[in-house]
Design a protein around this ligand. Structure first.
Ligand SMILES: NC(=O)c1ccc[n+]([C@@H]2O[C@H](COP(=O)([O-])OP(=O)(O)OC[C@H]3O[C@@H](n4cnc5c(N)ncnc54)[C@H](O)[C@@H]3O)[C@@H](O)[C@H]2O)c1
Length: 337
């Protein structure tokens, strides 16, 4: 299959593209390689993808409609997996512009092109952060999502609405993927596990928000990738209406929202204790207040995904941390030589 992946040099996009290439698919990656975090890490991921003969790549911004259009029209993908976005909750409070450009305009451009080429399936990254101030746990796709707490979350919610309207008007099959705190090898330097590991190793203070009284549904990257791969051939369509209990399938459009999470809520301090144990080093803890825009608890219900695919998360946080550390220690040791 010919699959177009935006954000292919990013954390999830890299792992997904690699998996698709290993399975024999042809992948066209698209990424601006922006400087939000260490570009060397993005370049190293891209270098690995470029070793595959069936990998093609365009370096540009989604906002550059002309280039995006040329890449997609020429490649003629059967599916588009749109992962490129300005991620990060805290950064979005200081830099809302980057989110409007990448997440709103960028996603709009991708959807327009998907429409133009009559895409068989468009999968778009959303986020668990759209559940915002919801109190009912675990989060289910059909729960109301009216109370986003950050600009990041608001842009993700907006793309869900825009995608639904397009899906309704032009019957574009679209699946929105609500990811829950994804972590693992080649992970994002702005996320907790990476920052904590770096801090502990370098004997620097680590910031722990809300005094550590937070819970996250930490989801290992391989589980996320398996979930996405399984979904590519499961485009939503109206014949499925009413077949699955609590389906988020729209009543008017081939549009569905799916959680991809591990389904367990992990106490942040337990997560840090485990990391210290595995590193054999103590963290210098800087307990802080809850940060603006942060959600205290996230936990997914993935019943719907399990009904549609064979999805079953395999990696718990302890083995996930182990796999991350194996990569981190190896990668940075080589890197620093
Ligand atoms: N990692 C998580 O825990 C998580 C959780 C929820 C949702 N998500 C979503 O999943 C997707 C992938 O996340 P990730 O963790 O791999 O992030 P990432 O930042 O590692 O990857 C995103 C990639 O997109 C590229 N990009 C950003 N803006 C672009 C633009 N305007 N044009 C072209 N390329 C651009 C970046 O250079 C980067 O390589 C994002 O949409 C993110 O919002 C991630």
């Amino acid at each position: 299959m010919r699959i177009f992946v935006t954000g292919s040099s990013g954390f999830i996009g890299f792992h997904l593209s690699k998996k698709l290439l290993e399975k024999g698919h042809t992948v066209h990656g698209f990424d601006s390689m922006n400087k939000y975090y260490d570009v060397k890490l993005k370049k190293a991921r891209l270098k690995i993808l470029k070793e595959y003969k069936k990998f093609f790549f365009t370096k540009n911004k989604l906002e550059n409609k002309k280039i995006l259009s040329q890449s997609i029209l020429k490649f003629k993908p059967k599916a588009i997996i749109h992962l490129a976005a300005q991620a990060g909750v805290r950064y979005s409070i200081e830099n809302p512009n980057a989110y409007m450009d990448s997440n709103i305009t960028g996603t709009y451009n991708v959807i327009e092109l998907a429409k133009k080429i009559n895409i068989k399936h468009l999968l778009i990254a959303s986020s668990s952060s759209v559940y915002g101030a919801n109190k009912k746990l675990p989060f289910v796709e059909i729960d109301k999502t009216e109370t986003q707490l950050s600009i990041y979350a608001a842009t993700k919610k907006s793309t869900e609405s825009i995608a639904h309207a397009y899906s309704n008007l032009w019957k574009i099959p679209i699946t929105m993927l609500r990811f829950f705190t994804v972590y693992g090898p080649w992970g994002r330097p702005d996320m907790a596990l990476f920052k904590f590991t770096k801090g502990i190793i370098n004997k620097k203070k680590i910031d722990i928000y809300n005094n550590g009284k937070m819970y996250r549904d930490f989801t290992f990257i391989d589980d996320v990738v398996d979930g996405i791969v399984e979904l590519i051939n499961k485009a939503p369509n109206k014949n499925q209406l009413g077949k699955i209990k609590n389906d988020s399938l729209s009543s008017v459009a081939p549009f569905r929202i799916l959680n991809i999470g591990n389904t367990k809520k992990v106490f942040l301090l337990d997560f840090i204790n485990e990391l210290e144990k595995q590193l054999g080093k103590k963290a210098i803890r800087n307990y802080m207040a809850l940060q603006k825009g942060d959600v205290k608890i996230t936990v997914s219900d993935t019943t719907l995904l399990r009904k549609i695919t064979k999805y079953k998360p395999k990696i718990n946080y302890k083995s996930g941390i182990k796999k991350f550390l194996e990569w981190y220690l190896f990668y940075y040791k080589i890197y620093n030589k």
